[in-house]
Design a binder for this molecule. Structure first.
Ligand SMILES: [Ca+2]
Ligand SMILES: [Ca+2]
Ligand SMILES: [Ca+2]
Length: 163
């Protein structure tokens, strides 16, 4: 299933780029394009590898504007109760130090849910947007199955669109 999903997305990228410079099916906001992937990989790392395989990254949310855009979209599409979406933030390397995957920078902006991050059972190192918490950020075990969001930055960081 993963192969066919990958093939579908790669072919979509190859055949169409929309007016804002995003691949077909990706949403544009600011200087990035976003794909909301409903398939649930076996964990945060696999979601990250999937985004890499389409020359994107697991979404990294630098600003309130970007965060609001993502949350509004998730609220608008009416995701099922209890659903969640991986983002590219973790404290895998050092407990309590949250860094974005591609830059290893600590976030300037955060949107934690109430009582989060709580590192429940000392086993929550990967971050999701959690429907139960109105898509505020939550740390959870990295092995959990979640949906995820890939981001391509149009300034050329992710490289997909020809710079
Ligand atoms: Ca971003
Ligand atoms: Ca943790
Ligand atoms: Ca938590």
């Amino acid at each position: 299933m993963w192969c066919s999903l990958l093939g579908l997305i790669v072919s979509t990228i190859v055949i169409s780029v929309n007016a804002q410079g995003c691949p077909g099916g990706w949403l544009h906001h600011g200087s990035s394009c976003y794909a909301f992937i409903d398939s649930e990989p076996d964990g945060w790392l696999e979601a990250m590898f999937f985004c890499s395989s389409v020359k994107a990254k697991l979404v990294e949310i630098e600003t309130e504007s970007e965060n609001t855009f993502l949350k509004r979209h998730l609220q608008a599409i009416g995701t099922p109760h209890n659903s969640s979406y991986w983002i590219g933030l973790s404290d895998i390397i050092q407990e309590g130090t949250y860094v974005w995957q591609t830059t290893q920078q600590r976030p300037d902006f955060t949107d934690w849910g109430s009582d989060e991050p709580n590192d429940l059972h000392h086993n929550e190192d990967c971050i999701e947007l959690y429907q139960v918490k109105n898509f505020h950020w939550n740390d959870v075990a990295c092995s959990v199955k979640s949906k995820f969001i890939c981001e391509i930055t149009l300034d050329g960081d992710s490289g997909i669109l020809g710079k």
